[in-house]
Every structure is written in C-alpha cells, then in structure tokens.
Design a protein around this ligand. Sequence first.
Ligand SMILES: [Zn+2]
Length: 429
Amino acid sequence: MVGDMVVTQVPREFPRQICLLSFNILSQITKVPIMSDNHKEGLDRRDFIIASIATVGASAALAVNTSTANAQDAKTTDPTSGTVYTGDTIQGKKVVSSLDVNDLESGKKHLLYFQGVGMATGQHWYVSVTVAKGAKPGKRGVLTSGVHGDEMSSIHTVQTVMNQLDPAQMSGTVTAVTDIARPALESMQRRWPNQGRGIDLVDMNRVWPGDENGVAAPIRHAGLLFNRLLRPNADFAIDFHTGTTGFEVAAFNIAEMDVPEIKALVDLYPVGQIFDNPTYPSVLHNAFVAAGIPSFCPEIGAARHLDPEMISLFVEGTMNVLKHHGIVPGPMGRTGKDVTVFVGNSAFPILATEGGLVEHLVELNDKVAAGQKVAIQRNSFGEVVAEYTSGVDGEISGQRSDAMAEPGNPLVFILFKKAAPEGVEDYPE
Ligand SMILES: [Zn+2]
C-alpha cells in the first residue's frame, strides 16, 4: 500500500491561494464594469459606471425620503449626531436607523431593531440590538455575532453575556448585535445570498467597513451598520465567530497582540490558543481597529451547533473584559494566566489532494511536529489514497469535520510560530 500513498507537503504560498479562492465581492465589482482591454479606458469607464450608480442611489433616496437630502450627503452626515427612530415598531420593539446609546435611558436594557439595507421587495433587513445602559457613565463596548450565518455558538456567547448584565450595577454601556448577516442566518448558511446580479453568495466578513453607496446590498448593509450603529457606540468591540460548516476549530482568539490595548483584553480569556495575525483588512474586527477602536475575533468551535463548554470560556473572558473596563463590578474570573496558552502567528493549512473519507490521527489542540502524520484518506474501496503530514511544529487549531473531502478542501489548520510572517493569511473562521 505504501506505493499508493501520497505525502503532502503544502508550499508556503497556500494561505494566499486559499485567500484568492475566497469569494471577494470587491474584486467582483471592479471586474464587472471593465469592458475594454485598454487599461486607461477601462478605468475611466469603471469610474463612470460607479458614479452613475451612486447618482441613481441619490435619486431614489430623494424620492422616498425628503428628510434625507440624498445618498451623497447621507454618507457625510455625522452618524454620531443622534438616535433616529423610524416610527416603526416590529414585534413590540422600536426601530432605529441610527443609534447613539447616550440618548437611551440609563440603568435599563433596551431591545431595538436597527433598519439595515432594503430588500428587493422594498422591506428591510432588520438586525436585533440589545443595549445594556448602565446606571452610571463609563466605557462603551460592542459585541457582535452572526456576520456568518452558520456560527451559532458565537450568537449564544453574546446572548449569555447580555443576560448576565444588570444595568443598575453597571458603569458604561454594552451594545450587542447578534444577527448581522440576517439573510445568511435565515438559512443558517455562512454567506449572504444576494440576487442583485444573479446568484451571489457574499461573505460578509470580507466587506467591512462597507459602503452606504456600494453597488451591492450586503456592502450597503455593512456600511449602514458600521456608520450608524457599531462604530459610533464602541470604545472597544469584539466580533464573535466559530469554525465554518464542515470545518471545526479549537477555541482561540484572532488578535494583533503587538497592539497593547488589544493584548490587554485578549489575555483576559481562559482560552488555549491565540492566532496573533492581522488576517484580512476587510473583516469586521479590523474595520474597528482601522477606526482606532481596539477589537479582536474569538473563534468558538464548530459551526451549526452550540458548544456549551467553549461558550462558557468565552463568556468568562468577555465578562473579564467588561470588569477590566470598569463596566461591570466584581472579581476577575479565570484568565489566560490560569490555562496554558499557545500563541502562533501563522496557520499552516493542509488541503486534500484526493477525494475520499478523511481519518484524523490527531485532535484539536494536540501538539504536532514537522513531518508528523496527521490524517489519512481512503477511496471507496477502503484503500489509503493519501497521507497528510504537518509541515511545521505547532498545535492543531482546525480540522475538517465533514468526513468526506474532495481535492482542495482544507483538512487541517496548524497554528505555528513563523519567523517572519508576511502577507494576508487565511484562517478557519
Ligand atoms: Zn465567521
């Protein structure tokens, strides 16, 4: 059987290749309008088309709402200028199109809907907003989940934190939005199903900070949320995720640990792995960082189901963050000092080279050495068609959880310490 075996050594370039495979709405946009081979002419035409679309958007805004001057002005309006109630109520909850938590009554919890982008039917995608407004003033934290629609433990973590908060005892405010990519959540799928130019599946964690005048609804939705709900109410922000359907991950935080304000928060989690890497610039937590707001991204196990043990670790860490900022009183819980934390700055991906059933030889959080066999794969006859080995010394941080794999599927991610990290890296969120 040895002759049938394939030992896979994944080259260094793989992270970037995976990145290119990921759906990227921005590259789609720049490709679509360019009709000419002539570089200059193509650029001009693209600019013209984008300008035209913005103009159409402005006309539409004028037609339906004279209080909004137009889409161009809307973009430059100071979104921190106050809370705007649309006058609508959904299931007993008031609807806002802009939120400043300073306008809300202190010492109370407020449940609101925020009006996101419009649908093709003319209604809107609304997202759920819970604000715990402390009796006393203080720091303002923002907790988000549901940027990917299949990541249930992230939602439950945020809900559990919010349920533990007593505004009467708080100094400061915590705002939670649990269902950011509403249409993705409705079908419990990772990506937003968008019909604008035929079927698109938009990864909402590649479009931040969004654009209120963007050429696709998910980009506008991101822009509305970021400008009018999230950024104006955040002194710090945490965007919770999990692994994706078919690929589970260990408990870890993605964070830029060389930023002291971020490191101080991440160190408060009793969680065994830290992926110290900036990852993509267009993810939500990096949009916060770019806006000067400390932020990071917890990853909480497998998609599609709840992992109570991991959830409790991230709830404890998040409550520590709120105590650190003086929002919530009480002693710290367990932190990173109470567990063994492995910090890596790179993720080594192993991709399937064959089709077949995958058998993992190691588990999440196991330490592995370069050259160690971590998985095998069998064809329909039961013959071993591939063996997969680690190219690095590190810790297992992600594994394919669907037993079958086709060539190209990520099978294992190994967190490791690279001497000189470079470029944008994929990660198994
Ligand atoms: Zn995610």
